[in-house]
Design a protein around this ligand. Structure first.
Ligand SMILES: Cc1cc2nc3c(=O)[nH]c(=O)nc-3n(C[C@H](O)[C@H](O)[C@H](O)COP(=O)(O)O)c2cc1C
Length: 213
């Protein structure tokens, strides 16, 4: 049996940078021998972040380590705990992942730990996780944040790695927007020369995580 792959996109637009890069990671993973997969768009779902009800911490096996909230995210959380590979993509909004991605993380991560001294992980399966980040800042700007998020994902969910695309193209025609801080020619050149390489790195990450070498 090959890996079951779940891709979760936390970008609003289905055709721009994050979606394209996450699709590359998904193609890499689902192209591994025997692998199968599903692609989920968080912006299509009606859901909220963790309500802090603490039901998932109750010493009651029907409730423990399960999110009690019932909404559009519920089936995604059920698939995530059963997956072998989870790929998560988000643009950087104000130095963080998007609000939708963050709300998903709260609902996915919180039932995955206890308040015991050890704060041990609770999910029975340890999937491999690949993060995809895109941003308009230069390369190393958010390295500390990415390393921290990858470390937390690794502790709670499973072995984690990430890829990123920097200085992404946001507009077709920069002259139509209040955006003089960007060098349009340089951004477009990077989109043509570097972005395909970033997508290739995402593809390779997906393939590696799904056990395809
Ligand atoms: C609301 C908003 C906030 C943003 N904040 C940041 C930021 O803090 N740092 C950054 O590097 N880019 C920031 N960006 C730029 C996006 O991260 C970047 O354009 C990204 O590639 C967009 O992904 P997309 O093309 O998939 O929509 C922001 C964009 C938006 C719309």
């Amino acid at each position: 049996m090959g890996a079951s792959v779940l891709a979760i996109c936390g970008a609003a637009d289905k055709k721009r940078n994050t979606a394209a890069m996450l699709k590359s990671a998904f193609d890499g993973a689902t192209g591994a021998p025997g692998a199968s997969g599903e692609f989920v768009w968080l912006y299509d779902l009606a859901f909220r972040g963790c309500s802090g009800c603490h039901s998932c911490k109750l010493l009651d096996e029907r409730r423990f380590a399960r999110c009690a909230m019932r909404d559009g995210l519920t089936p995604v959380l059920e698939k995530a705990v059963a997956a072998d590979v989870i790929l998560i993509g988000s643009p950087i909004y104000f130095s963080d992942v998007t609000g939708e991605t963050r709300s998903f993380l709260e609902r996915f991560f919180f039932p995955g730990i206890t308040y015991n001294k050890e704060r041990e992980p609770t999910y029975p399966k340890r999937p491999k996780v690949g993060w995809v980040f895109t941003m308009n800042a230069p390369g190393e700007t958010y390295r500390g944040y990415f390393d921290g998020l990858a470390a937390m994902t690794g502790r709670i969910i499973g072995e984690t790695e990430y890829v990123m695309a920097c200085q992404t193209q946001q507009f077709e025609d920069y002259s139509e927007y209040a955006a003089t801080m960007f060098d349009e020619a340089a951004v477009k050149r990077r989109h043509i020369e570097q972005f395909p390489k970033d997508c290739e790195a995402a593809f390779m990450m997906g393939r590696r995580l799904a056990g395809g070498g």
